[in-house]
Ligand binder design. Sequence first.
Ligand code: FE2
Length: 329
Amino acid sequence: MSGSSATVLIVSDIHHAGPAEQARRGYELACAPNWPVRQLIAAYRGYYWLRDPLGNSRFFNAFLQRAGAADFVVANGDYSADSAFIGVADDAACASANECLSQMRARFGERLHATIGDHELGKTSLVGGKGGLRLASWERTVGELALRPCWQFAWGRYVFIGVTSTLLALPLLLREAPADEHPAWRKLRAEHLATVRTVFASLSPDQRVLLFCHDPTALPFLAELPEVQARLGQIEATVIGHLHSELILRKSRLLAGLPPIRWCGVSVARMSTALHRAKIWKSFNVRLCPSLTGIQLLKDGGWLTAQLDAEARTPAKFKFHPLPWSEVA
Ligand SMILES: [Fe+2]
């Protein structure tokens, strides 16, 4: 930090798998109800999304070795492989997330700020309807992992704000939680909304916002808050994760406005409803931080940096740093 400029390092969707999760090879295929679905999932994961979701550690290590000096570091959610689909209530996933966060805290210390991703809290499997949101995962996320649901700090004219997308988008996700947990989740959401409203209400008109939100599905819900709505023009960039690749972000923009598909399972309903409301993403100046691997098809992962001018005379300069698979041992 030179006084008038600062470097922000941003990483997302690390999906680190520690030894206990790595021992769960084939965990997703095991959810498939029959042979044809198993073949479809194997093809989708193998050729398009990510063939080895438990092999991200070498990418994480490469990131830790290669990332340059930074004044602020933001990790934008999803620290484990969530191989039991219930978030960090699962001991193995919690151990992975803990390892991941501990290594980053050791490397970056107080400069690290971390948002909560959907996989910390549990997410129903793509097929087979296994897992989902778990309150026990919330308790561990804010307790053992010490992640803060909403954080903010100011530097120069900039205010960095981190929010929890799962709580904001809860109306879409609550069906993935056990019914007896619904009241507690609603209460957490109400508390989070109140905090976010206070944070945005306290912005002064000359401040610029860098918003960090794991899943863009949350953005239409944020836009419904009058305090956020009134300050949308101050949001210089909203850094999202979750989509893992620019290709997915481009496709999402293309499909924005699509009617929700509610008859094809929890995952399709979740994704199509998100796309239905995706047009509003534009007002947030969305910028994707991909996963470190990117997707199998393009191998297009990496991380971002942003150069900030304290007076915000020029907009933040974002730069993508690719992590070529051929260079990761
Ligand atoms: Fe992710």
